[in-house]
Ligand binder design. Structure first.
Ligand SMILES: NC(=O)c1ccc[n+]([C@@H]2O[C@H](COP(=O)([O-])OP(=O)(O)OC[C@H]3O[C@@H](n4cnc5c(N)ncnc54)[C@H](O)[C@@H]3O)[C@@H](O)[C@H]2O)c1
Ligand SMILES: [Zn+2]
Ligand SMILES: [Zn+2]
Length: 361
């Protein structure tokens, strides 16, 4: 029997989100119904509600979640009712050209549930990143569930489902930060601070946090930043160069995604250094750089989709590091809120009051 639950819906571009009754079909072949225990509020949810991702309203928001397998569809193996899982938006297909070439972290055909969740009047919902977890329950593809140690609470574990994984992976996987590197991270929200934590784990010797908000820079220190730069007060390129013997950083991570932050990243890295863009730009953002500078500085300009993670490889490992006290995942949780508080959480995010508001169900 289809089940009725409460979920947070964005009905139209820019309109405040509302809690609505949504209909979850019984899981079909390869699908799983998950009871959500907690779901973090990511900036990407706000991008959806602002119409900056695409125009497939209404959205069922939320995608940074952990919970329990509630019901499994036909042919699902490796999962049982009651399993504790983190949801992911990279259920690799194993068959696309990226997977075939042994690069599944780029998978171009990731799996989602094939059936649609709907509003009570039958209107189909677009689940954010194929998840839709600001809801009591949601429907996903089996591959979107990764089992982890239940010792880690859902508030903490769910964060690996998006932003924190994206940031950690931007440093460790995409940026390839290694022992002795100098690293700068622009934008110290949940994603940027995770990149800082990742750089620390990987053995960076200098980690420079850049933000326009002093409160964020204070928090960045707790995650491992050795230096902080307020780019609304000083020239961030010069500041980063000054902190790296005049050369620039080996790896610069842009966790904002605006033309000016990207330009800072581009010029604040050392020769042959790496820029990683993990912040999601607005569709109308443009970049104008002298091509000779691109050539002359060498190195690599990379984008990081979901931190180039492989959920089955990375989630259980990172939860183990957390449980050993080597990854302070709980520091990302600024507040616990209810489903009805998502709109005000967007507001707090906008005003820089929080790293992560986490909906607890
Ligand atoms: N690539 C991916 O797979 C992926 C995954 C998750 C999130 N994201 C994106 O990462 C970005 C960051 O997400 P978040 O949840 O950390 O957001 P957030 O809003 O919590 O943090 C953004 C931070 O950037 C700072 N900032 C804003 N403008 C700045 C500027 N001009 N210079 C320096 N700092 C500036 C803000 O003060 C804030 O601290 C978003 O664009 C989000 O959509 C990407
Ligand atoms: Zn694939
Ligand atoms: Zn996200």
């Amino acid at each position: 029997m289809p089940e009725l639950v409460q979920g947070v819906v964005a009905r139209a571009k820019g309109a405040p989100v509302t809690v609505e009754t949504i209909v979850i079909p019984d899981p079909g072949p390869g699908e799983v119904k998950v009871r959500i225990a907690a779901c973090g509020v990511c900036h990407t949810d706000l991008h959806y509600r602002e119409g900056a991702i695409n125009d497939e309203f209404p959205y069922l928001l939320g995608h940074e979640a952990a919970g329990y397998v509630d019901e499994i569809g036909e042919g699902v193996t490796g999962l049982e009712v009651g399993d504790y899982v983190i949801l992911n938006w990279r259920a690799v297909c194993g068959e696309c050209r990226a997977c075939q070439r042994g690069r599944p972290w780029y998978c171009f055909n990731t799996h989602n549930a094939t059936q649609k969740m709907t509003l009570e009047d039958g209107t189909e919902l677009s689940p954010a990143l194929g998840i839709g977890a600001f809801a009591d329950k949601t429907l996903v593809a089996a591959g979107q569930c990764t089992k982890v140690d239940p010792e880690a609470t859902a508030q903490v574990a769910g964060l690996l489902g998006c932003g924190v994984m994206a940031g950690l992976g931007a440093a460790i996987n995409t940026g390839g930060v290694t022992r002795g590197d100098t690293v700068a991270v622009i934008g110290c929200g949940g994603v940027g601070d995770a990149a800082i934590a990742g750089a620390l784990l990987a053995g960076a010797r200098t980690i420079i946090a850049v933000d326009i908000d002093d409160r964020k820079l204070e928090l960045a220190r707790e995650f491992g930043a050795t230096n902080t730069v307020n780019s609304s007060k000083v020239d961030p390129v010069k500041a980063i160069q000054d902190l790296t013997d005049g050369f620039g950083a080996d790896v610069v991570i842009d966790a904002v995604g605006r033309p000016e932050t990207y330009e800072t990243a581009f010029y604040a890295r050392d020769l042959a250094g790496t820029v990683v863009l993990v912040g999601v730009p607005d569709p109308d953002a443009r970049l104008d750089l002298p091509l000779i500078d691109y050539f002359g500085r060498g190195g690599a300009l990379k984008s990081s989709w979901y931190g180039d993670c492989l959920p089955s490889r990375d989630f259980p490992m990172l939860i183990d590091l957390y449980l050993q006290g080597r990854l302070p995942l709980d520091r990302f949780v600024s507040e616990e809120i209810a489903l009805g508080d998502v709109e005000s959480a967007f507001d707090k995010m906008h005003h820089g009051h929080v790293l992560r508001s986490v909906v607890v169900l």
